[in-house]
Design a protein around this ligand. Structure first.
Ligand SMILES: NC(=O)c1ccc[n+]([C@@H]2O[C@H](COP(=O)([O-])OP(=O)(O)OC[C@H]3O[C@@H](n4cnc5c(N)ncnc54)[C@H](O)[C@@H]3O)[C@@H](O)[C@H]2O)c1
Length: 329
């Protein structure tokens, strides 16, 4: 494949702007359409990115015959449209969370597997410069053996119909990132705060990793993304510690017993690495490379199922007061 890939974006909401921007801006992709529900808003979005608006999925697929569809729908509306796209046999990049129910996750993954479809999910945090560098430090043994990890992520609420929106749609990045960096989580316990506006606003988890490391996870919809450190990842090993602040803001690596730390933060002109949105550009680069090479997606949709499986285990733990084993299956 040397011609530009034809890409359509499904969903013309807030984050859908990033999908449209990226695929309209790349030299190796043509944004062939944007699908939305509201004709005026969809027309405005399509016009902003020099493409065609659609409000009917079947018509868009028939006319544009995209090589890839990028799906960016409201959190709780992913299942039906994704299944239709799988049934249409089209390569997919879908937003997190995959879905809210494990049976729906299984149905999507099994259908895509049977149809042999490229099925990627946007866990873009993996591509943040501090995360890439922290992973390299871990893999090179710089931190020694990881013995504890911390994830904290909180901001304004993003309320939907589910009581577990915070856990499933926001903290899914944490489940994915901690396993990406430290390997499988094999058990967990959870304590949720009371329902506020129909949703568990605050939650705290303890985690056990297959490696023997332990971890904690704190997620909140009762905080603010305006606060510095609204996201924090701490990776403590026997030889050193890495802390990641606000995904893209800063990585600090310290050696045990050494008062002097090594810090990465984007240089004056390095807007690309400083940008949260840039993590998605980087992921798309990896997605397009894999798709063109006929290789599996860099982050397969099964990672979305795994994050959901861990979230469901946390719900069970909170309800029963018990620690839950979380094998990979
Ligand atoms: N990976 C990330 O860093 C990141 C960041 C922000 C949002 N997201 C994810 O992106 C997704 C969308 O978030 P958002 O903030 O843009 O939501 P949003 O509610 O602003 O936008 C969703 C859009 O989809 C439209 N829509 C709903 N049903 C549709 C249908 N059947 N066909 C076509 N359009 C339909 C809605 O009208 C709306 O315009 C969510 O899953 C969210 O979790 C991911």
């Amino acid at each position: 494949m040397t011609a530009a890939l034809k890409v359509a974006v499904v969903g013309a909401g807030g984050w859908g702007t990033q999908h449209a921007r990226i695929f309209a801006g790349r030299a190796d992709t043509d944004l062939v359409g944007v699908l939305g529900r509201n004709p005026e808003r969809t027309a405005a979005r399509a016009a902003a990115f020099g493409t065609r608006p659609y409000t009917d999925l079947a018509i868009m697929l028939e006319r544009e015959r995209p090589d890839l569809v990028s799906v960016c729908l409201p959190n709780e509306d992913h299942y039906e449209v994704t299944l239709r796209l799988i049934e249409a046999g089209i390569a997919l990049l879908v937003e997190k969370p995959l879905v809210f129910e494990l049976n729906q996750a299984d149905s999507l993954i099994d259908s895509a597997e049977r149809a042999g479809i490229f099925f990627a999910i946007n866990f873009n945090h993996r591509y943040a410069e501090p995360v890439v560098r922290a992973k390299a430090a871990i893999d090179a043994g710089e931190l020694g053996e990881l013995n504890f990890l911390t994830w904290r992520f909180g901001g304004e609420p993003n309320l939907g119909a589910s009581a577990h929106g915070n856990l499933i749609e926001t903290q899914c990045h944490g489940f994915d990132l901690l396993e990406h960096l430290a390997g499988p989580i094999t058990s967990l316990t959870a304590q949720f705060g009371p329902l506020v506006d129909g949703s568990h606003r605050d939650l705290a988890l303890t985690l056990g990793f297959a490696s023997g490391a332990v971890g904690t996870m704190l997620g909140s919809y009762g905080s603010s993304y305006a606060y510095p450190g609204s996201q924090l990842v701490e990776l403590n090993g026997t030889l050193g510690r890495a802390t990641i602040e606000d995904t893209v803001r800063r990585l600090t690596i310290s050696k045990s017993g050494d008062d002097v730390a090594r810090v990465w933060q984007a240089g004056y002109f390095d807007d690309e690495a400083r940008s949260f949105h840039g993590t998605f550009d980087r992921h798309v680069e990896a997605v397009i490379t894999a798709l063109r090479a006929g290789a599996p997606p860099p982050v397969h949709a099964t990672a979305g199922r795994r994050a959901l499986q861990l979230a469901q285990a946390a719900i069970t733990s909170n309800e029963t007061g018990r620690r839950i084993e979380t094998p990979m299956d």
